[in-house]
Structure formats: structure tokens, C-alpha cells
Design a protein around this ligand. Structure first.
Ligand code: HEM
Length: 628
């Protein structure tokens, strides 16, 4: 027996290099059954050597390949001005082949064929299959049913999005703690690692909604949750490079890196899920918890899916949702902060977003309601603009051909089974004809009096608010993909991102940086600057300007040592949390009240107790409206 095992191992080790060499040969030289008439990005003559070169370039230079495919001639003549490009391929309504060393060549179709692609049913061209391959879902997604039955998507669409309005205050509470922990409250400049701190903050916010308190504040759980989310993409990229013949053998070893973080999470989530499941289905409606665990249980019960009502599958789907939610939002807010910090218009952007947030909050009596967030159109636009410039994947819509005979594109090109067909979001997002000044971060492009983009304006516009909202995907904005498979979590993501950016704008100064650090491309994925830093400082507001601004005051966070009373209504007020939570000392507070009562100074309207005594406990009135 031992001899047989030894022989088998030797045979495997002997075959491995041969297999790898053959696999590399296929990866580099394959035409994947595509017609010789189809041009490949960055190949002059279409020979197998130039195709192999182009495939190798896909590792770190996919952006150049895409630009080449979209405009042609760009790659060879980088100094040429856009007006002198020779338009071919996408810009000239022709498909081209974009090589990809990990997943094989993809046919990139021109914008005019996008609708055709969206119309193809899953059994003809499948977007699920592309995701499955991209994430190596059969190995990384913990349970086969997570891949074959995307119930978690339904739970997001039906439960999470429906309940969003109920979470705004909870997310703000978490944000307050998380940001102050990550960026501090020192009134001196401090260097912070943007990606690391934003990952930490987004992990906390997402988990507040997905698993609730107290687990969302458990450091060990959070660490595992964040690491699992980061690990999936790394493990998937490694697995993509392994030949499918030996993947079943190596996958369990490679995925172990990430699986242990999942197990670290499960240690905390499994007992909670099991306890919740012990409540009979009939009582579920009476339970007060409102988080992903509860929605999953309810969804399984309502849809009569007993196999979805187990602790094991709920726990695994929860981990997968955390992955989808955390990494994408952390990357997006990181990019937005670098775009802002490196913009020559930083101070204008900061001031306008700040004023917008203050005005909206005042009009909503200091509550971060759903409608308050909807009114923050400049903050919304800054995020959409940043995602236009730098999403985390190049693809907008991408589907794999499923029919054995392949499919025929509207221009007559035949694409065989197994090949992917897609449109590049990156190309469209950077096209001057679609977005004038496309290379520039123009924070309020989608807000202001008239959105400055040329395609789709009419149908995308939110007429009431005169903006194009972040959550509205379109043919010209595919950061959340587009069509049936557009990201179902985008409403949740938009809520978190807007709250986080508004909080930062209200509470921190950001120092400008000379140059935007580059995003890093690895095949079709685009990573944000991971280790670069910005300098930030906690903002201090003084009474005079606060009084000018119609601000809401809450005395929840009383800090005696920060008192400074300087006269009738120029009271120095220190902000300790979101702008409307302002600490004043009892003495200052009473001076302010006295002013109001004497009608000399700013008016104070109380929405609670109308008088206070000069003790810390007495300042409990939740909100007071100060108007000049
Ligand atoms: C800024 C944040 C986010 C971005 C940029 C983003 C982007 C995307 C994109 C591009 C896709 C389509 C992938 C493809 O088919 O090619 C997608 C799918 C998906 N996203 Fe998001 N996402 C974000 C946040 C979230 C959040 C917060 C959740 C969960 C709460 C989520 C859950 C999902 C799910 C379940 C899918 C698969 C949908 C399907 O195939 O039908 N995403 N997302």
C-alpha cells in the first residue's frame, strides 16, 4: 500500500511540471476558438507570438490593453492627442479581444451592442458564471449552495434595502466610535493610512447592520471578518492560475489561508444563529432583532426553504455577504478620499460639501434620516464621480457563452462556448465623448444645476433633486455593473459611503496632497493605494461661526475642561462628535440660554427640556436649535 502511494506521489511530481508547462502554453497561445478576423488588443499582426506577448501584458498592463482596444493606436503612440487617434474597435463599433492570463481571452463588444448582451438569458450568456470563475466561488465561497442558489442576493434586495431607513442612526453611532478610534480627535495634524483605517471603519459599520451589537464591537470577530473579506480575492487570484486538473487537490490547501478567518468568525456567529433558530418559526415575527441573521431565518421560513434554515448555511452566507459588502465599500471610500485630497479644488469641494451637510441636517432637525441623506447631492456626486474614475473592476457587464454552438454578435461575429463577452466600464467611464474632462475628478459632475455628462442625461436625472444619484447604474455608469445583475447591495453601500464621507467632511480637515497615488492594476482588478497616507486633523468650531450657521446643539457629550465663555453669544464650542453633537460646559450653556431668554443673542429653541441647571447631569436636553 505504502509503495503504491509512494509511486503515485512520484508520478504526480513528475507530471506536475509537464502539466504546468502545457497549461502555460495554452494560457499564452490559445485563440480559444475565436475567429482569426477578430483583432486582439495590442497585437500588430495577430500572430501567436504577439498574442502571447499581449497575454503577458495583461498581468500588470490591462489598462493599456483596454485603451489600445478602445481607441487603437494609443498603445504604440502614447504621445498622440486623442483627436489624432485612429478610431477602431469599440469606438468604431467593432468588437476586439482583450487577453486575460487568469481567465482566458474575452471579447469586448462596442457600447452599441450592450443592450444585446443584457438581453441574453442566463442559459445563453451567463453573468453568474463569470462571477463564479472570477471569485473561484466553488472553492472560496464556503458552501456549494452559496454558488448555485444566490438567496443572499434576495435577502439583500428584499430585507436589507427595505430596512435601510431604520439603520441610519445606528450606523452614525458606530461611525462616531469607529472614526474617532481610527483618526482620533486631536486638533493637530496626524498622518493616517487611508485604506487601513477605512477598512476598519467599514468593517465596523457593515457588521453593525449585518450582526448588530454587541458582536459588531468585538475586536476578535472584526479582525477575522475583515481578514476573510480581504483574503477571498487573493485566494481567488492564486486559484485562477492553477490548472483545473490539479485544482481539487491544491484548492483545500490554498483556501485554508482564508478559511481559518471564516472559522474565526463562525466561532462567534454560529452560537447566535443556533440560538435564534431555536425559536419556533411561528414566533419569528415577534422577535425584535433586525439584522442579516434574522432576515435569513425569516426569508427561509417565508419561502419554505428548510435547507436554508440551518446555522451552517446562514453562517456561511453571512461571511460571503460581509466579503461583498466590506471590501468594495472600503476600496470605494479610500479612492474617494485620495481623489479629494489630490484635487486642486479640495478646499472648494470640502467647503461646499460641508455647507450642504450642515444645511440639510438643520432642515432635518439634526437627524440623519433617509431623506436627509437623499438631499446630500454633492456628497453623493463626489462618490459617484470617484467610482467613475476608479472602480475596482474593469468590467461593466461580462457574461460567459453557455450554448454549445456559441453565439453570434449583432455584427455577425461568432463567439464559441466558454468565452466571455463583455463591455469595459473603464473605457466608457474615461471616454471624453461621454464625460467631458473625463480624466479630471470633477466632484459635483452629477449634481449642481446640470450634470456635466453627455449620455443618458434625461433618463438618469432625479428631477426633484437635480442630480444623478450614486445608486443609479446606467450604460455610462457601471461601477455597480448594470442590468439584472447590478449590485443589489448598492443602496446599503451608498448609505455607508455617504454617511462616512459626510462625517469626515464635517469633523476633519484633510491636507491636500500633491499627486494622486496610482491605483494598481492586476489583470482586470484595480486596487486602491494600499499603504499611502493623508494628513488629517479634527475640526474645532468656534461659537461665532457656529452661531452664523444655524446649528443644532446636543449636549449629550459634556466636557467640562473644554469650556470657554467669551461674551454674549460668541461662546466657544468644541465639537466632539458629528457636528450637531456639541459639548458646552454648563456655564457656557447657561450663558447661551440666558442670551436667548434676553433675546439679545442667538435664539435657542428647545426640543425637550426647556431649562438647565449648571450641573453636568442637567445638560440632558437632546437637541436645541440655535438660530441667529
Ligand atoms: C461601493 C460598494 C460596492 C460596489 C462598487 C459593488 C460592486 C458590485 C459589482 C460591480 C457587482 C457585479 C459583479 C458582476 O456581476 O460582474 C456586484 C455584485 C454584487 N454585490 Fe456589490 N458592490 C458594492 C457593495 C455591495 C454591498 C454592500 C453588498 C451587500 C450588502 C453587495 C452585494 C453584492 C452581491 C450579492 C452581488 C452579486 C449580485 C448578482 O450576481 O446578482 N455589494 N457588486
Amino acid at each position: 500500500m505504502l509503495v503504491a502511494i509512494g509511486l503515485a506521489c512520484k508520478a504526480f511530481l513528475f507530471c506536475l511540471p509537464v502539466l504546468l508547462a502545457y497549461y502555460l502554453y495554452l494560457r499564452l497561445f490559445t485563440r480559444a476558438g475565436l475567429s482569426k478576423d477578430l483583432s486582439w488588443a495590442s497585437t500588430k499582426d495577430g500572430t501567436c507570438i504577439s498574442r502571447a506577448r499581449s497575454t503577458l501584458l495583461s498581468v500588470f498592463s490591462t489598462r493599456e490593453l483596454i485603451e489600445d482596444g478602445y481607441y487603437k493606436a494609443f498603445y504604440y503612440h502614447r504621445q498622440m492627442k486623442p483627436s489624432t487617434y485612429t478610431w477602431q474597435f469599440s469606438k468604431n463599433n467593432k468588437p476586439y479581444v482583450l487577453p486575460n492570463i487568469l481567465t482566458g481571452p474575452e471579447v469586448i463588444i462596442p457600447h452599441s451592442q450592450l443592450q444585446w448582451l443584457l438581453d441574453q438569458p442566463e442559459n445563453v450568456c451567463s453573468q453568474n458564471e463569470v462571477n463564479r470563475e472570477f471569485l473561484q466561488a466553488d472553492h472560496t465561497m464556503l458552501h456549494p449552495r452559496v454558488v448555485t442558489d444566490t438567496v443572499h442576493g434576495d435577502v439583500i434586495r428584499k430585507e436589507l434595502t427595505k430596512n435601510l431607513g431604520d439603520y441610519t442612526e445606528a450606523v452614525i453611532e458606530e461611525l462616531d466610535l469607529a472614526m474617532q478610534h481610527a483618526w482620533g480627535t486631536d486638533a493637530t495634524w496626524k498622518e493616517v493610512s487611508v485604506y487601513d483605517t477605512m477598512s476598519e471603519v467599514i468593517t465596523k459599520l457593515s457588521n453593525r447592520v449585518l450582526v448588530g451589537k454587541p458582536l459588531c464591537r468585538n475586536e476578535a470577530f472584526l479582525q477575522n471578518s475583515g481578514r476573510f473579506a480581504r483574503g477571498v480575492v487573493i485566494v481567488a487570484a492564486i486559484l485562477s492560475m492553477i490548472p483545473k486538473q490539479i485544482k481539487p487537490i491544491l484548492a483545500p490547501l490554498i483556501t485554508w489561508y482564508d478559511r481559518r478567518f471564516f472559522l474565526g468568525c463562525a466561532e462567534f456567529t454560529l452560537p447566535i444563529i443556533s440560538e435564534r433558530l431555536s425559536i419556533p418559526p411561528s414566533k419569528v415575527d415577534g422577535v425584535v432583532e433586525n439584522d442579516y441573521i434574522q432576515w435569513s431565518i425569516q426569508h427561509a421560513t417565508n419561502n419554505n426553504k428548510p435547507h436554508e434554515r440551518t446555522a451552517d448555511i446562514i453562517c456561511k452566507r453571512l461571511a460571503v455577504i460581509s466579503f461583498a459588502a466590506i471590501q468594495s465599500s472600503a476600496v470605494s471610500i479610500t479612492n474617494a478620499l485620495f481623489d479629494l485630497a489630490s484635487s486642486p479644488a479640495l478646499s472648494i469641494f470640502q467647503r461646499e460639501m460641508h455647507d450642504e451637510a450642515v444645511d440639510v441636517l438643520n432642515s432635518e432637525f439634526g437627524s440623519w434620516t433617509k431623506s436627509a441623506l437623499a438631499k446630500m447631492t454633492k456628497i453623493d456626486s463626489a462618490l459617484r464621480e470617484s467610482m467613475r474614475l476608479g472602480g475596482f473592476v474593469n468590467r461593466g457587464v461580462s457574461k460567459k457563452v453557455m450554448l454549445p454552438d456559441g453565439v453570434t454578435l449583432p455584427d455577425g461575429t461568432h463567439v464559441p462556448q466558454g468565452v466571455r463577452i463583455g463591455v469595459s466600464a473603464y473605457s466608457i467611464h474615461h471616454d471624453e465623448d461621454v464625460y467631458p474632462g473625463a480624466q479630471t475628478f470633477d466632484a459635483f459632475r452629477f449634481a449642481d444645476s446640470g450634470p456635466r455628462l453627455t449620455l443618458d442625461n434625461e433618463k438618469l436625472l432625479d428631477r426633484e433633486r437635480k442630480c444623478i444619484p450614486l445608486v443609479r447604474p446606467s450604460e455610462s455608469f457601471m461601477a455597480f455593473s448594470y442590468g439584472k445583475h447590478a449590485c443589489p447591495g448598492r443602496f446599503f453601500a451608498a448609505q455607508q459611503l455617504k454617511l462616512t464621507l459626510a462625517y469626515i467632511i464635517l469633523n476633519y480637515e484633510i491636507q491636500p496632497i500633491a499627486k494622486r497615488p496610482e491605483n494598481k492594476w492586476f489583470v482586470g482588478s484595480i486596487g486602491p493605494p494600499m499603504s499611502e497616507k493623508v494628513r488629517t486633523q479634527w475640526k474645532i468650531y468656534h461659537g461665532e461661526c457656529v452661531a452664523d450657521k444655524n446649528i443644532l446643539i446636543s449636549s449629550e457629550k459634556y466636557t467640562e475642561d473644554q469650556e470657554s465663555s467669551t461674551g454674549s453669544h460668541a461662546i466657544s464650542i468644541i465639537v466632539t462628535s458629528p457636528i450637531y453633537n456639541i459639548s458646552v460646559s454648563a456655564t457656557s450653556f447657561n450663558a447661551l440660554l440666558k442670551d436667548a431668554n434676553d433675546s439679545k443673542g442667538p435664539k435657542l429653541q428647545s426640543r425637550g427640556a426647556s431649562s438647565v441647571t449648571p450641573t453636568q447631569q442637567a445638560i440632558t436636553d437632546p437637541f436645541l436649535l440655535l438660530s441667529p
